[in-house]
Design a protein around this ligand. Structure first.
Ligand SMILES: N[C@@H](CC=O)C(=O)O
Length: 344
């Protein structure tokens, strides 16, 4: 039987992607939609300005949107997918967990908290056991798991494939699509014929989240990975798909061929939304490209290419669909992991 789920922040860009992915999902049934007070009481069709590239699901369109409040969500809803703005997430997600809901959240609040698992299932599924620590410390009946920021998700799986070589220093420069900023994020006058070499708070997310994701959990505490990471983030006029240029210095010698093999062989998981292969490595020197490669693996694969040895270590490019693998798809995948591990 499908698990009844709710979407918190259902009218926003990631909320809409969540609905697009959850509506046909055989393990989940959308049973609650929440948004701001101004949307409460409206049908979803009235409340959301639907902009996803497939029709609004007919059954979801007629559902009534409620306020984002535990008292408004039916008790038989077992899991919540959250894509709230972080300031609102920080305020309302914990009360849902106290009330017994299991929350898979894309919101950035709490991602770096010691007792909140930050998870990419194919990379660090074992960090989910941190939920036992979380429940002990917070006294929650529910639980909270976070997925990382979209630009972090794009490069961390490629680093995970290289950990056996001993990661020491990582430099990453991003070319991020406009959808990452949300529908009203950058105006057309700002971004057409332009590139903006600043995305507020983004560099810190890449630098800190990557070290948490590649850290080790000993059953009680999580130690962050000791590698150093420097990031530089740029907004460019693509719609979807974050492209990143990466340089990695390792303890052991790392050739481009060995890196390509490690990435190609990096295992996927037996979860519905996990693609196989997880990392698609291109031999063509001009790939991956956002428009051509962002939908690999239904938007859940990581693409890599341009692997070469450089004076700053291994150099390569990687790409992921930022609103699918980098946001809504990441939360759904964490939901599948929670389900498989008996948290629902
Ligand atoms: N913070 C990211 C969101 C991911 O798509 C961005 O600004 O691009």
């Amino acid at each position: 039987m499908a698990v009844r789920v709710g979407v918190l922040g259902a009218t926003g860009a990631v909320g809409q992607r969540l609905i697009q992915l959850l509506d046909p999902h055989p393990d989940f049934e959308i049973a609650a939609l929440t948004a701001s007070e101004s949307s409460a009481g409206k049908t979803y069709r009235q409340a959301a300005k639907w902009r996803v590239d497939s029709p609004i699901p007919a059954d979801v369109a007629e559902m009534t949107v409620t306020a984002t409040d535990p008292d408004e969500v039916p008790n038989d809803v077992d899991m919540l997918f959250s894509s709230l703005p972080s300031s609102i997430g920080a305020e309302v997600e914990p009360p849902f967990c106290e009330d017994g809901y299991v929350v898979s959240s894309n919101s950035s609040n709490g991602r770096m908290d010691d007792d909140i698992p930050l998870v990419i299932p194919e990379v660090n599924a074992d960090h989910l056991d941190l939920l036992e620590v979380q429940r002990d410390e917070r006294g929650w009946d529910g639980a909270m798991v976070k997925n990382p920021n979209c630009s972090t998700i794009t490069f961390v799986p490629t680093l995970a494939a290289l950990t056996d070589f001993g990661l020491e220093k990582v430099h990453v420069s991003t070319l991020q699509a406009v959808s990452g900023a949300g529908y009203d994020g950058v105006t057309s006058m700002e971004i057409i014929d332009n590139a903006i070499p600043y995305i507020g708070g983004e560099e810190d997310k890449l630098e800190t989240e990557s070290r948490k994701l590649l850290g080790t959990f000993d059953g009680a505490e999580l130690s962050h990975n000791g590698m150093s990471v420097a990031a530089s983030c740029n907004r460019i006029p693509t719609i979807d798909g974050h492209l990143e240029n990466v340089w990695v210095e390792t303890e052991d010698e790392l050739t481009a061929d060995a890196a390509a093999e490690a990435m190609r062989e990096y295992p996927s998981l037996d979860l519905r939304s996990s693609p196989d292969p997880l990392i698609h490595v291109f031999d063509e020197p001009d790939r991956p490209q956002p428009r051509m490669d962002r939908t690999l693996g239904d938007g859940m694969a990581i693409a890599a290419g341009g692997l070469q040895e450089s004076p700053f270590g291994l150099q390569y490019n990687c790409l992921a669909h930022n609103t699918i693998r980098g946001a809504a798809g990441a939360s759904v995948l964490n939901g599948e992991l929670l389900l498989e591990n008996g948290y629902i």
